[in-house]
Ligand binder design. Sequence first.
Ligand code: PLP
Length: 392
Amino acid sequence: MINERMYQLGSQPNMIRKLYAYGLDRKAEVGEENVFDYSIGNPSIPAPAAVRARIEELLEEPAEQLHAYTMSPGLQSARQAVADNLRERFGIEATFDKVYLTAGATAALYISVAAITHPGDEVIVNAPYFAEYKVMTESAGCTLVEVPMRSSDFQLDIDALRQAITKKTAAMVINSPNNPVGCIYTQENIEALAALLIEKEQEYGHPIYLISDEPYREITYGADVPFTANFYDDTIVCYSWAKSLSLPGERIGYVYVNNRMQDADNVFAAVCGAGRALGFICAPVMFQRVIETCIKEPTNVDAYAENRKILCSMLDELGYEYIPPDGAFYLWVKALEEDDDAFSEAAKAHDLLLVPASCFGGHGWVRASYCIGPESIKNSRKAWVALKKDYS
Ligand code: PLP
């Protein structure tokens, strides 16, 4: 008999994928230029030329060598490149033996949660949040506890988090720069969080791990992104090159267990165990090799900054309310009615594809992914105008 939960997960793809699929059908029907697809976070800029050059170079190697398995956590040289990069950029004494290469941030998150929780534990997330957090938490037999971010500035609400932490809290997930809001938690905010977690660890006598999900780390518009592991020892970093190097389909990222963690060796062993138990061993090998040499390639943030400018000034002019994003490539726009699902449907009628907040454990807002061509953003003006008119 099939597993009912898996059946539900598989037969009801999340709203983002549904909207994206709808957009593809609509484009075939009415023409690509007439559909304004702000649904999915697929980078619109190409991967750096160095990635292609590296792949071409690798293809010269004997195939049996190139495509061979690596050790489960990845090639030592690629893990070393990650550790060196973390040390150079953030001054942390990272070592390769605390780096586990994964098939993207998703695998990194599943591995991390499985490694440090037991069924019945609680995992805190800050709402709105990336929808897969719920699936990964429940897959580990844990309960997701949602704590809204501060509505005034979309920072972590330390007082609310204090109320939410219990003796069952095993972990908290944070994501900065944030999907879907685009906010970046300030150093002051991260320091306050670290102080709270330390206090609660002492009170309950067990670690509370902070899983820092950082696929948008390099996509910022001026604000600094504090490196969480420098502020809280019990941090596990989950990273992906999906967005920074525009490689979402290649599935490459990592788990980094903070070297400063008291039981870092054991946690890393559990990470390896979780990788094994979940089948996430030996991340795609070609891209381990690509990362090894391309890790310092800069992210082309200019293209997203330009899109952000075009979209924000258009919405300013049309009188929409939104949260000015400090990072990532998402705009959190206030829905023109309480029911964000209905608002998203109303937008869809104008071929304007916006993801309702309900997808992210929020309500009353929609998310617009502006990692699309600037022309499409400009051309979407008429759809935004028509949508506004529906509510006037
Ligand atoms: N975490 C967040 C916040 C994301 O937005 C995404 C992807 O959009 C992921 C994790 C998953 O990244 P990956 O594609 O590397 O699995």
